[in-house]
Design a protein around this ligand. Sequence first.
Ligand code: GLU
Length: 400
Amino acid sequence: MSNVAERMNRILPSQTIAITQKARQLKAEGQDIISLSAGEPDFDTPEFIKQAAIEAINRGETKYTDVAGTVALRQAVANRLNEDFGLDYRKEEICVSTGGKQVIYNVMTASLNPGDEVIIPAPAWVSYPDIVRLADGSPVIIQTSPENGFRLTADQLRGAITDRTRWLVLNSPCNPTGAAYSGEELKALTDVLLDYPHIWILTDDIYAKLVYDGHVSKTIVQVEPRLRDRTVTMNGVSKAYAMTGWRIGFSAAPEGFTKQLIKLQGQSTSNACSIAQAASVAALSGPQDFIKEMVATYQKRRDLVISALSQVQGLDSGKPEGAFYAFVSVKALIGKTTKTGKTLHNCEDFVTALLEETGVAAVHGAAFLTPGYFRVSYATSTELLEQACARIKQFCESLS
Ligand code: GLU
């Protein structure tokens, strides 16, 4: 008899993680690999943040903390949300978890009953639908279009709502497209949501600080305070502070719902790592200027990648406003054959052949629920990006 639960058959391994691990392994074996698959900053965690962690260890802060996180960190989260978005949250409304992923997992597990629907605009980060499925929910995928800059429209949202809809998941800037909503665009969506009091909103703001060309990130409760009592605002230190490995994410939500998140976490992982929490206090409360420098660097890299790839025949991409991804159409190349004789039936074949024949690792669009594209992360050095783009160009031009 199988000892694997039925729910495990509902999900796939995370494709972003699988491809990144494969690239890491090929590199360790000595192959010449450039990984544009990992969605993580190449910058090191700033020194003052690392020092805060070392000091926490030396002070003996190596024990359990409150399940929801230390008071110092929850207060630092509340302060940061206030400073960045003008939001007003008490520490009782904050829960710190082991990465943004655990926040989403807790939210869905704590709220969904079998058959409950969760609206997810696509392209979407690989893990949203599978987390919903694990929690017995049904993901309802709405395809956004490149013509609308991959943004969900008010009409699309209204058309997807049913009596079973429990959540809308919004992610701005978006992984994988980099699309970032303006305040007006969010307002159009919140106006719809006001008509449907049974729907909650999970806003994943993890890339909010990584925006370009003067774009200003807005979040749902800031745009429509009347949605405060049914919104979970999710963020973390991974992307903005180059702290992916520290695994700290957090939520701000009404106290009653936050209590449910804490109850669930108290029966699974308990508190997030005490040392990572101390480091996160420093990150959120310390000087923020280095983020500006990082963003300026990302913007240059975005421009480099978009300009290089737009010169490649068969590739097509818009100019993303945020995050550190380009989502590039390969539709014109489907059906072509590589010089080793492999036919590209779909975008997955494209990224597989790209890796095998050029050593460039990227993630296929189908993993993000939108076939016909591939995602490159430009969170890597200019030199590697130039090399990678040259290899992509050569590969695409060698197809027949
Ligand atoms: N969020 C990142 C990505 O999309 C990290 C990997 C993951 O957890 O999916 O690549």
